[in-house]
Design a protein around this ligand. Structure first.
Ligand code: CTP
Length: 479
């Protein structure tokens, strides 16, 4: 049934349990349970929206842990864990997680700083949830089995695409300030809008995001970045003042300065445009999206005005690459190969464009192939998306030149196989032949050989490289 025609007065129980085999098994036990049990939250929302989901939340008017144990006993090969402090229990079967919780009076945040829970009614439980669309419940047993409990018109908000808190926004957000980010995340995932009152509530309380653990913030930010409408999400983060707290470097990209009538572009909106462009090309690479977000991150720090050149951002590629580890560390993002990939793309993002003049040498192409390695395609994707000129003719000209570079890179790679190339002489061979101990000189000779091959001075051949090594050693007085 389409969302438009979804009717909460109808009974959707059969449809619900046919939809998910695990839920069907879980409901067999719930059927004969002597206390009211409800399906609640995200699963109900996504069932109505017909979105796939793997988390099932069940609320019980009574002992949720006891019911969870009974369900787990009936399911073979499921894993069962209890979180006593929170009064919750979880069953995991394959990749589905079923969470059981006793209805409670206080905020439903799983990461609440105050885990003391006191039992409440279903209405009280729904009151303390984040949004009307996440407070929907469906009864799973008794006479009311299959009926909806929708005290805040959540289905209407789902139909109208509205994110709204069930209580006064300040109250809902003070229970868990992360909800302000969740509001924006749902907006960018679902293409919804935030109600005026809730929006104002976020703006007013934005500073309170600072009390939330960084891991939770980053998790939401990554979800915004991976959503269908990430640039909408970033515009809202900016408008609500959240961005300045959670990602000040990105906030700093916003704004346009004018000197002597000369303006530069607004790098905040430019970056978001690049992000939109890349969505058309790549769907699921979180780190490529991060590279887009950070490609111009050092522009504010390198911005200068020169009376002949106008606005310049010299070295923003290099400085930007240096900022990447600092930002990743603060965001508690992994400091691993993914971070190095982002760093590499930020560092190299101007290179393909700089090759689009008439003097593209094979040596410059080989260097780019060597430095980008397997990430060349992603780099090219970023650079192509970076062409956001409003002047159609200029844009076409750039894209055309860009195609030429791409073709030449392909030709050079086919001929010289540089992408995964390693120089033919190792550091060990240099040390053994020249009788050197590990140190600066070994590195210089290795670099010299590599450059000679990339520049076409010698062929990519062991014999030529050995001869060159000896010549270089002599010139340095080593031999
Ligand atoms: N919830 C809440 N406040 C939070 C987190 C969660 O009120 N800070 C409630 C909402 O009712 C939500 C439910 O707990 O629907 C389950 O939370 P969670 O699994 O984190 O989110 P979902 O809404 O299911 O969405 P998603 O799975 O996309 O994160």
């Amino acid at each position: 049934m389409s969302l438009e025609h979804f009717n909460t007065s109808g009974n959707h129980y059969d449809e619900l349990i046919e939809n998910e085999p695990i839920l069907k098994s879980v409901c067999k036990v719930i059927d004969s349970w002597n206390k009211p049990v409800y399906l609640i939250g995200g699963y109900v929302r996504d069932f109505i929206l017909q979105r796939p989901t793997k988390d099932i939340d069940i609320v019980v008017l009574g002992d949720g842990i006891k019911l969870a144990k009974a369900v787990s006993d009936s399911l073979h090969q499921s894993s069962f864990s209890v979180f006593k402090n929170y009064g919750t229990a979880m069953i995991k079967l394959n990749d589905i997680e079923v969470q059981f919780v006793g209805a409670r009076k206080e905020s439903y945040s799983r990461n609440s700083r105050n885990p003391i829970v006191s039992p409440g009614s279903l209405k009280e439980d729904q009151n303390r949830r984040d949004f009307t669309i996440n407070a929907l419940a469906i009864s799973l047993n008794g006479n009311s089995k299959g009926s909806f409990v929708d005290p805040f018109n959540g289905v209407k908000d789902l139909k109208n695409g509205i994110i709204k808190t069930p209580l006064n926004p300040t109250e809902t957000f003070s229970d868990d300030p992360l909800r302000m980010l969740r509001a924006i995340r749902f907006t960018s995932q679902l293409g919804f809008i935030i109600s005026d009152e809730t929006f104002e509530g976020i703006t007013k309380n934005a500073e309170r995001i600072n009390i939330v653990a960084q891991e939770r913030i980053t998790d939401e930010l990554n979800k915004i970045i991976m959503s269908d409408y990430p640039s909408l999400g970033f515009k809202l983060l900016e408008k609500t003042n959240l961005l300045t707290h959670i990602f000040p470097e990105f906030q700093a990209l916003k704004g346009v300065d004018t000197i002597n009538g000369k303006k530069h572009k607004d790098n905040f909106y430019h970056t978001l445009e690049v992000l939109e462009n890349i969505l058309e090309k790549s769907t699921s690479n979180l780190w490529l999206r991060w590279a887009v977000l950070l490609h111009d991150i050092a522009k504010p720090a390198t911005k200068r005005f020169d009376h002949t050149q106008g606005w310049t951002f010299h070295g923003h590629d290099d400085k930007g690459a240096k900022m990447v580890p600092k930002i990743f560390k603060r965001m508690k993002l992994p400091l691993d190969d993914n971070m190095r990939y982002v760093q590499k793309l930020v560092l190299l993002h101007l290179r393909p464009i700089s090759l689009t003049n008439d003097q593209i040498t094979d040596s410059a192409l080989r260097r780019l192939l060597f430095e980008a390695g397997d990430d060349l395609e992603d780099l090219m994707c970023l650079c192509q998306s970076d062409i956001t000129s409003k002047n159609i003719e200029k844009k076409q000209r750039y894209l055309k030149r860009f195609e030429v570079v791409q073709k030449k890179l392909k030709e050079v790679e086919e001929r010289d196989k540089i992408k995964n190339w390693q120089p033919p002489i190792s550091g060990k061979e240099i040390m053994d032949t020249l009788n050197l101990s590990p140190g600066k000189e070994v590195g210089q000779i290795k670099e010299g050989i590599k450059n000679a091959i990339l520049d076409g001075v010698i062929k990519n051949d062991t014999k030529e490289a050995r001869d060159f090594m000896l010549k270089l050693a002599k010139s340095k007085g080593i031999l």
